[in-house]
Ligand binder design. Structure first.
Ligand code: CDP
Ligand code: MG
Length: 755
């Protein structure tokens, strides 16, 4: 009763406030900055605000007091302001505001580097002043590096501490708080939030950035916000994209066959000369390194951006370039060369280094210094690094591929699309005319590269996505408004997998387990495994395994010290396999050996990646907290317990039973994946002795790696009895096609039923 009363009273207040606002034409922008600071200034609540103009916003920006903090702007702020007001988007601020005010959903297209990601959210903030209503603005990014880096930049631009008014949220890392009004987040994180808050009620405006990337999460978000927008007329949506497939977005978000409005900001790019290689390059890595060195030796001033495919390759290239550059300096008197890597798992302080200026010449008037950034696709459109004049493009990136028939999702180094190649080349023309060196032939560009990459939704295993959609309350997946609907077979596979995991009932409804699993930011298999682990008495150990699987590899294997690295690894090896080995490493890091020499040193001595272990600890803590929150017991099994290994491995089977392989009969090396009958080899990095009759017959694996051969990686030996005991439905023989695996399983079933 009492409740209803207050609610009613508040409603009345709102309408009074609205009336007052209408009558007196009070504009938020007529308030002084001090007045704008009060976060819950009751007077403003629910008040109809009038639209600001670009001029009014700029007045606030160039005033004395920061309206978001109430503090005086610092000199540094004005320094940055001078630079950013020259970005192309500022010239069209009024046009942006006019469209923003006139429509609920708009599409915004602009050349990379024009200021979309950093400026547009601020345009919205200065217009909406969302903090007055207790609301926030969200800006999504497909990549965590971009979310973190841009948040840091915008916090500087707005003269606030990162984590206060401007924050970020990426999986397993959050930096935001009660004061936050602008949050950069990965598209996946916003999707997670939507699972608990279907209306996205804390946001007044949602900006979906880098929509052209068409990541899985962005695609789902687009479908979702389209629905939410109908229920929440007060919610504004901006879809931002770098390349010009704007019409597709416009018509997708359009109403009654009318495309939604578009604002396109013309780029301010300089011409880029494109060079192709006369012939096919067998070793693109080597070719890329040589090209960088040649540019440094012969071309005018200007920084170099090289696109490679992943962390290992990038670190390797950086080392080699660094080494050889020293030689160039000695032998040819070249200027200094500084090399920076850039990839997703790089820690934030290292990421920020790419923005440092190129090194000074060795002596005044000497040959200029240069910086080289060796990057994944991140630098294609997500991050802009000023000063780049030369781009080296080998034409590859790591891309997800999924084959629903054999249920294999894998990251593959694949040729990029023409659109990507154009974006990459464009990075050379930011500040002045540039050059792009494509390490492939012109013919290959014309004939072999596809025009546009396929959206991720068409290349992914969808079990996480389907679980998310179910949790979002979207039951009718077939009629969900996807921009590009996934293949029915992929959808069926996902439903089937979730059913085996008991996350979905036979009718396709979310089960209690499914609901619980969806609260963990993990693949459903791993979530189910973690939730089930207390029953095996080893949830602490399984937490460690899941954490290890959620971060980059613990083990490093430098080319120069392979043997030593392999020996170091074997010291941690558990005879039953890689997952148990992770636990050994983590234990020594967290509470064992490492305490004596210090964790850094200990990692160096043992060829371990300190950062990975550090983030495993962070991930583990967060998952542990989730376990506590959902009342899942935390228990541990002592290392010397005779059931130590078998308990943990059974807990692993309970989640990963769909990823099992059996040694092919008569073979010493080849395995067959269970059910899908793919012939695979075990990745040589394993500690498992596969020649051993007891441990080498049946294994569970985490990853299917497609290279010249098919490998399974991260493997642990399992007892087939556990398979039929823990996942009887999946291992029901009637679902198996004739063959080796079926025969062996039949024997296991017989023995199991006899007992
Ligand atoms: O999103 P879009 O590609 O349109 O541009 P942006 O990311 O907003 O970048 C606009 C400008 O801000 C570029 O000139 C960047 O160099 C600069 N920026 C920066 O200096 N430091 C960052 N961490 C991010 C951007
Ligand atoms: Mg951007």
């Amino acid at each position: 009763m009492g409740d209803r009363k207050t609610k009613k009273a508040r409603l009345d207040e709102t309408s009074v406030a609205e009336k007052v606002a209408e009558e007196s034409e009070t504009h938020t922008h007529n308030r002084t900055p001090e007045e704008l600071v009060h976060h819950d200034a009751g007077e403003f609540k629910g008040m109809k605000r009038h639209h600001t103009t670009a001029e009014q916003a700029q007045k606030l920006e160039t005033g004395k007091i920061n309206p978001f903090t109430g503090r005086n702007y610092t000199d540094k702020y004005f320094g940055i302001y001078e630079v950013r007001k020259n970005l192309p988007v500022h010239a069209q601020r009024q046009e942006f505001l006019d469209i923003f005010h006139s429509t609920q959903i708009m599409v915004f297209v602009g050349e990379t580097g024009s200021g979309k990601t950093t400026q547009i959210p601020q345009f919205v903030l200065y217009d909406e002043m969302p903090h007055l209503e207790g609301k926030q603005v969200a800006c999504t990014q497909p990549r965590r590096v971009a979310a973190m880096s841009v948040a840091a930049r915008v916090a500087d631009e707005m003269d606030v501490e990162l984590g206060d008014e401007v924050g970020y949220s990426v999986r397993f890392e959050h930096k935001s708080g009660p004061k936050t009004v602008l949050k950069y987040m990965t598209d996946g994180m916003l999707l997670r939030e939507a699972m608990d808050d279907h209306e996205l009620s804390r946001y007044s405006c949602i900006i979906l950035d880098e929509a052209h990337e068409r990541t899985l999460a962005t695609d789902i978000l687009m479908g979702l916000v389209k629905q939410v927008a109908q229920r929440r007329p007060d919610l504004k949506i901006i879809v931002m994209s770098a390349t010009l497939d704007a019409e597709k977005f416009q018509s997708y978000f359009g109403l009654n066959d009318k495309p939604t409005p578009l604002l396109a900001v013309p780029g301010r790019t300089h011409p880029v000369e494109i060079y192709y290689t006369p012939e096919f390059q067998r070793d693109y890595l080597d070719s890329a390194i040589r090209t960088v060195l040649q540019i440094h030796a012969t071309e005018d001033e200007g920084d170099i951006l090289v696109f490679l495919t992943g962390e290992d390759e990038i670190e390797d290239a950086c080392r080699k370039i660094d080494l050889e550059a020293n030689q160039l300096v000695r032998e040819q008197g070249c200027g200094p060369l500084k090399v920076y890597p850039l990839y997703g798992s790089l820690p934030p302080y290292m990421q920020q280094k790419i923005f440092e200026p190129a090194p000074e010449p060795y002596k005044p008037g000497g040959r200029p210094g240069r910086k080289v950034i060796v990057s994944t696709n991140i630098a294609e459109t997500s991050l802009t690094i000023d000063g780049v004049v030369y781009v080296v493009d080998p034409g590859f990136s790591k891309q997800k591929v999924y084959n629903p028939r054999i249920r294999v999702e894998s990251l593959l180094v694949s040729p990029i699309s023409k659109a990507s190649a154009q974006q990459r080349a464009g990075r050379a023309g930011r500040t002045r005319p540039g050059k792009c060196f494509r390490l492939y032939t012109e013919e290959a560009f014309n004939k072999e590269l596809i025009d546009q990459s396929y959206p991720e939704i068409l290349r992914s295993n969808l079990s996480s996505t389907v679980l998310e959609l179910k949790k979002l309350g979207i039951d009718d997946l077939v009629h969900f408004d996807f921009m590009d609907p996934p293949a029915p077979e992929t959808m069926m596979r996902a439903l089937e997998e979730l059913n085996y995991l008991q996350c979905l009932s036979d009718e396709g409804d979310l089960t209690a387990l499914g609901r619980l699993a969806s609260n963990f930011p993990l693949d459903p298999m791993l979530a189910v495994m973690l939730i089930g682990s207390p029953a095996f008495g080893c949830s602490e150990e399984v937490l460690t395994v899941v954490a290890a699987l959620s971060v980059p590899q613990f083990f490093v294997r430098p080319v120069s010290a392979r043997k030593a690295a392999d020996e170091a690894k074997m010291r941690f090896a558990h005879p039953d396999g890689d997952h148990l080995t992770f636990i050994n490493v983590y234990y020594e890091f967290d509470q064992g050996e490492a305490q004596q020499v210090g964790q850094h040193q200990w990692c160096r001595d043992n060829f371990l990646n300190y950062r990975s272990l550090q983030s495993a600890r962070n991930v583990r803590q967060q998952l542990r907290r989730l376990m506590e929150r959902y009342d899942l017991e935390l228990n541990s099994i002592p290392f010397d317990d005779p059931n130590y290994s078998s308990s943990i491995r059974q807990a692993l089977v309970a989640g990963m039973f769909m990823q099992v392989a059996k040694k092919k009969s008569g073979s010493t090396k080849s395995y067959l994946t269970v059910k899908d009958n793919q012939e695979v080899l075990i990745h040589p990095s394993t500690v498992l002795d596969t020649s051993n009759k007891h441990t080498g017959e049946w294994v569970l694996y985490n990853e299917f790696v497609l290279t010249s051969k098919n490998y399974i990686r991260t493997v642990t030996s399992v007892d087939p009895k556990w398979l039929v005991k823990l996942a009887p439905k999946y291992f029901d023989l009637s679902h198996f096609s004739k063959g080796d695996v079926k025969l062996s399983l039949a024997r296991v079933w017989d023995r199991y039923q006899d007992n």
